[in-house]
Design a protein. Structure first.
Length: 404
């Protein structure tokens, strides 16, 4: 009997072929393996996953783009407006890298105006903040030691917090009151809005007398810099994306807002700049809403297609990609993906940003397929009662994309 091989991929797709091979024969001795070429085998696997019972009660938005072949590999509900959760940080990161550059510096400075004579500063100290989330105890010690280095043991003047970098809003629009929300103050120390009280206490601890309470105000002309604590955007991006740190993301959001020189910087300024960035990525005449930089807000709405287009744009822009890619969590190895996709087929092959809110689970980034094609993808599961269900589905999608 002749061996007959059927190669109709449409037929294979209809029957929901999950593996790379199948057989078509009534006689086991005459069976022949059908090997679907890439990408049809991948598309067939994803078609099978679309039958997951999870999707009977929840919404899915999915888009996969083959960057190597420059074509869409798979799509499902990719134009649905959905809450991105922390994959919103990708919009913040890409915009910041493109607009500010990876070498952009956060600067928190200590300045003074007055005279120093006989160990007495007759004048005021000014703490100028920029919402640096990395300003910590060591940074504060540098401020205090710089005052001591001037030989000062008494200050006849005020300690002034210069907080005009941003508006007075300490929380983002649409944040839930009962979340563990960061406070968005221009002057933070060890992530807390206690900068001036800690500074004055530390000065007293080293024997520097103060005769006036702390206050807020603007920076006058002709002040002198005593100390400057700097951190680069590169330093900020790593914990922002690897660990999904919301404070770091909001700090970047306000650096974007301040990039046009308007003070105080406002969230609305950042939104305008991010919309221009998305237009550069090809997102035009599309409905979406940006509320914050971290994805904490319930008012954020994007589509999987929007995030995928942004990832495509970043991949094609070397100056963006060189800073973005190393900062993404790596499957089975670090960040928020350290304990996910640890199997050999996916370990180290997926570099993507995770997202979790109540009812939302998302994953967006890049992966290397079995044929070494680089893929950009976005998966948003909405309406999931257990976020672990969403994560499990996303891991199965990535496995299907990585398998041979």
């Amino acid at each position: 009997m002749k061996k007959i091989v059927t190669t109709l991929f449409a037929v294979c797709s209809i029957v929901g072929l999950h593996a790379q091979t199948d057989t078509f024969s009534n006689n086991p001795q005459d069976s022949v393996a059908i090997v679907l070429p890439w990408p049809q085998n991948v598309q067939a696997r994803l078609d099978t996953l679309m039958q997951d019972p999870l999707l009977e009660t929840t919404q899915l938005g999915l888009m996969v783009y083959d960057l190597t072949a420059d074509s869409v590999l798979y799509r499902h509900g990719e134009r649905q407006l959905m809450r991105p959760a922390s994959t919103m940080k990708l919009v913040t990161a890409v915009t910041a890298i493109d607009v500010l550059g990876g070498n952009y510096q956060y600067r928190t400075t200590l300045r003074y105006k007055g005279t120093v004579k006989d160990s007495v500063l007759t004048g005021d100290l000014y703490c100028v903040g920029c919402l640096d989330p990395m300003f910590d105890d060591d940074s504060m010690n540098a401020f205090v030691e710089s005052v001591r280095a001037l030989g000062i043991d008494s200050i006849h003047g005020q300690l002034v917090a210069v907080d005009g970098f941003k508006d007075a809003d300490l929380l983002g629009e649409g944040w839930c009151w009962d979340d563990d929300n960061p406070q968005l103050s221009p002057l933070l120390v060890s992530r807390k809005n206690e900068f001036m009280s800690v500074f004055s206490q530390r000065l007293r601890e080293v024997g520097i007398a103060l005769d006036a309470p702390c206050t807020t105000g603007s920076l006058p002309k002709e002040t002198l810099t005593i100390c400057s604590v700097n951190h680069s955007l590169r330093d900020i991006l790593y914990p922002m994306l690897k660990d999904s740190d919301n404070l770091y993301a909001e700090s970047v959001f306000y650096q974007i807002a301040a990039s046009q020189g308007v003070r105080p910087a406002k969230a609305a300024h950042a939104r305008q700049i991010e919309k221009k960035e998305l237009a550069k990525a090809g997102v035009r005449n599309v409905q979406y809403r940006i509320a914050d930089g971290s994805g904490l807000s319930l008012y954020n709405y994007v589509t999987p297609e929007l995030l995928t287009r942004l990832l495509i744009y970043a991949y094609r822009n070397t100056n963006i990609f060189m800073h973005l890619y190393p900062s993404l969590p790596v499957s089975g190895q670090d960040g928020t993906l350290k304990k996910r996709m640890t199997e050999p087929v996916t370990n180290g092959r997926v570099k993507a940003k995770t997202g979790t809110l109540s009812g939302i689970s998302s994953l967006a980034g890049y992966l290397t397929a079995a044929n070494n094609h680089v893929l950009a993808f976005c998966i948003i599961n909405q309406g999931v009662m257990r976020n672990s269900d969403g994560r499990g589905f996303q891991d199965r999608v990535c496995t299907a994309l990585c398998e041979r």
